[in-house]
Design a protein. Structure first.
Length: 279
């Protein structure tokens, strides 16, 4: 049973920093969001098609709701909702929940005129703007103060101000790096032997790594046994899952140096996985 936190203090960032980074990505648009108006009769559910932050820090959501739930909240009124965001591993060959975020919030749909103003100002995230600009699209402001992130390291409560502050520290250049595209590219292009080598190194303490969780292997499909998977690629490091015959382990391997540009991310990935990212 390999060592835990093998010299991980030598990495650029630890588990707490990774969780804040993960929370920022999820609130900024990564993952699949679902909205439940838990105080209304029947607790209507609205799949949120797009969400993210505006430049001023406000969180927005856009949806093209089914007529049955179109009256979930009239424009100008705030309804109490629970928001759940699920983020999946980038490997298309498996379905692995990499992390989830949960929070209670106040949701206020904007009027068509208010939505048009924001669209014309170009202040909405690209996908949010695309959904809001459809014939049945609606745009809402989401107000919350706290989010709880669940991942391999457990449950971590964070203030939204803390998450926003992390985003501001990123700066415009690194914020433009689409880590979801980079993660997909890494997951599908990494050589299995290179990935196995990194997992061996993490498991045996040869490189800095955090063991996030380990549990007995049970169930699952035969084609996933004795395989390694890229669960997430972040600006702070790489998270991998090792599905062994008797135990399943999740490791976070932090980068040795900060990521402040697309080229930094490419170099960091190449040093761990031998997989260059598009710089």
């Amino acid at each position: 049973m390999g060592r835990t936190d093998n010299g991980a203090q030598l990495g650029y960032v630890g588990v707490p920093g990774r969780v804040v980074s993960l929370a920022h990505r999820m609130l900024a648009g990564a993952g699949r969001a679902n909205v439940v108006a838990y105080r209304l009769e029947g607790q209507p559910t609205l799949p949120c098609l797009a969400h993210g932050f505006m430049p001023d820090g406000r969180m927005v959501m856009a949806a093209a709701p089914h007529p049955d739930v179109a009256a979930l909240t009239p424009a100008g009124q705030t309804v109490d909702v629970r928001v759940d965001i699920a983020k999946f591993a980038p490997d298309p060959s498996v379905r692995i929940v990499a992390a989830s975020a949960h929070f209670l919030a106040g949701l206020e749909w904007l009027t068509p005129g208010e939505t048009d103003e924001l669209l014309m100002a170009g202040e909405l995230p690209e996908l949010v703007a695309t959904v809001a600009d459809t014939a049945s699209g609606r745009l809402a402001i989401v107000s919350t103060a706290r989010v709880v992130v669940h991942d391999g390291s457990g449950a971590t409560p964070l203030s939204v101000d803390q998450v926003r502050a992390f985003g501001r520290e990123l700066g415009d250049s690194i914020a433009a790096v689409n880590t979801e595209v980079v993660a997909l590219d890494a997951a599908v292009s990494v050589d299995p032997f290179d990935l196995a080598g990194m997992c061996d190194a993490a498991e045996n303490g040869w490189i800095p790594a955090h063991l996030l969780t380990r549990k007995p292997s049970s169930g699952g499909c035969a084609h996933t046994r004795n395989r390694d998977f890229v669960v997430d690629v972040d600006l702070t490091g790489v998270t991998v899952l090792r599905e062994g015959s008797t135990a399943t382990s999740v490791y976070f391997v932090p980068f040795h140096r900060p990521t402040s540009s697309a080229q930094d991310l490419a170099d960091n990935l190449a040093s761990l996985l031998g997989t260059p990212a598009a710089a």
